[in-house]
Design a protein around this ligand. Structure first.
Ligand code: GRG
Length: 292
């Protein structure tokens, strides 16, 4: 049976796996070091748990599962990258909320991590989440009882994710976004910021699902196109709803139609997958319906 409601599935499947990933971090205390040392401070674990298990939509994990589904795999094989992208997402939100960046006091309907746990702990909880996300990808042990992807695919996913969120990806986009704050960037520059700052993690999510699902090079190329267009559409829709970013240059009407064009291009990239892409298709359609 092909599941189409990937967001519901992501909450049902990924949340317990995130708890397993957290348990694994905690258990390392006795396995990887001297038994008397408290290798994982409870303050750090609490801050990580607070942000990671807060009520997010789990969009990126849903995209990972959708990528695996599109290439015809059992979606459970993609649980590790689904957890890894949510861990990276949680880290980016914690850091983005810090006083040095957006200085936001609230996130996901609760005090942001630094308000609840203090600035230094929040900063370090973000660092730990980023690092542990790669441990989840590299680990050969299943998080629950999912089938384990071959080593070559796990390594390919590590490369995909590190490129997406590194200096030329999410971090580069964030730096350029900060620099643009006191300027009037043109449309092309804002698009380049959006595509990296928000888009690359969304793109890597769907591609990693395809990698873990054993997709062919041609299938991964199609997923990459889908993810790039959807990733930009996601940020553009956010701009329209917040009357922010590109909307301040283009106006709402033009930005809405660009978001629809991007979604159409994303949907077109799914054609080679036939019915297996129903989950990704519905996710993309649901996203653009937020503008209705
Ligand atoms: C500071 C390391 C660092 C990176 C900054 C992506 C990013 C780059 C920061 C996130 C901040 C942000 C608000 C970006 C805009 C994209 C956005 C609307 C994110 C929220 O994603 P949702 O809607 O959130 O998927 P939930 O809570 O549902 O997971």
């Amino acid at each position: 049976m092909i599941h189409s409601d990937l967001l519901r599935l992501a909450v049902e499947l990924v949340n317990p796996s995130l708890v397993s990933a957290l348990d694994r971090i905690q258990q390392r205390q006795s396995r990887d070091g001297p038994p008397t040392a408290h290798l994982v401070p409870s303050t750090l674990l609490e801050a990580i748990r607070y942000s990671l298990l807060a009520a997010g939509k789990r969009l990126r994990p849903a995209l990972v599962l959708g990528g695996a589904q599109a290439v015809g795999a059992n979606i459970r094989i993609a649980l590790p990258p689904a957890c890894a992208v949510e861990m990276v997402h949680a880290y980016s939100l914690i850091h983005d909320d810090l006083p040095a960046l957006d200085d936001d006091d609230e996130r996901r309907g609760q005090p942001s991590c630094h308000i609840q746990h203090g600035e230094a702990t929040a900063l370090l909880a973000g660092d730990a989440l980023l690092t542990e996300a790669f441990a989840v990808l590299a680990d050969h042990r299943p998080l629950s009882d999912e089938p384990v992807a071959p080593e070559a695919q796990r390594l390919q996913a590590v490369l995909e994710l590190s490129r997406a969120i590194g200096a030329a990806g999410m971090i580069g986009g964030q730096i350029d976004d900060l620099a643009a704050e006191n300027q009037t960037p043109d449309l092309g520059h804002l698009e380049a910021i959006h595509r990296r700052k928000t888009g690359r993690l969304i793109q890597a999510s769907v591609v990693m699902g395809g990698i873990y699902g054993g997709g062919t090079e041609a299938q991964l190329r199609s997923l990459r196109t889908f993810g790039a267009e959807l990733g930009f559409a996601f940020q553009l829709i956010d701009d329209v709803l917040d009357s922010d970013g590109i909307v301040t240059i283009q106006g709402s009407k033009r930005a809405r139609s660009t978001a629809q064009e991007l979604t159409d291009r994303a949907l077109k990239a799914l054609q080679p997958f036939g019915p297996n892409s129903i989950g990704l298709r519905e996710l993309a359609e649901k996203m653009v319906r937020r503008l209705a």
